[in-house]
Design a protein around this ligand. Structure first.
Ligand SMILES: [Zn+2]
Length: 143
């Protein structure tokens, strides 16, 4: 998955709020790679009824974000100020994500380092040689 915990994304499909239509970015709280889902801050908040427990002696309701499909969000590009499609590129630092609109790097969330590839010489700047290419091509066809 290209989206990481801490990324800013724009919700583009599914149940949306007014701010989502305006392209206001939201923070990714958690990614669930095995389910291809992400938990987006303030998006699809559901109230859950909980039974009294040790932590909550009174029980009651808690508000929790519901995971949504990763295809419903797009990575936010600071330069384009909207959700964009991203490609990947190999640099001396490792694999980076680049905006498909402006070509600028979409930095990883703070504290994350790009993955280095052992198979590729660091000087080779190969665009889109990652394994996730099938997904990219499918997206291309839709437009
Ligand atoms: Zn951009």
């Amino acid at each position: 998955m290209k989206i990481k915990t801490g990324d800013m994304v724009v919700v583009i499909a599914g149940k949306r709020q007014k701010s989502d239509y305006q392209g206001v970015p939201r923070k990714v709280l958690k990614v669930l790679p095995s389910q291809n889902k992400v938990v987006v801050e303030g998006h699809r908040v559901v109230k859950k009824h909980v039974r009294p427990s040790k932590d909550r002696p009174k029980g009651g309701r808690i508000e929790k974000e519901y995971p949504i499909d990763v295809s419903n969000v797009m990575l936010y590009c600071e330069h384009c100020e909207r959700g964009v499609r991203v490609g990947s590129k190999f640099t001396a630092e490792g694999k980076i994500r680049v905006c498909r609109s402006c070509g600028k790097e979409v930095p990883l969330p703070k504290g994350m380092r790009p993955k280095r590839s052992k198979n590729l010489p660091v000087s080779a700047e190969k665009e889109n040689s990652s394994s996730a290419q099938g997904e990219e091509k499918a997206e291309e066809g839709k437009e």
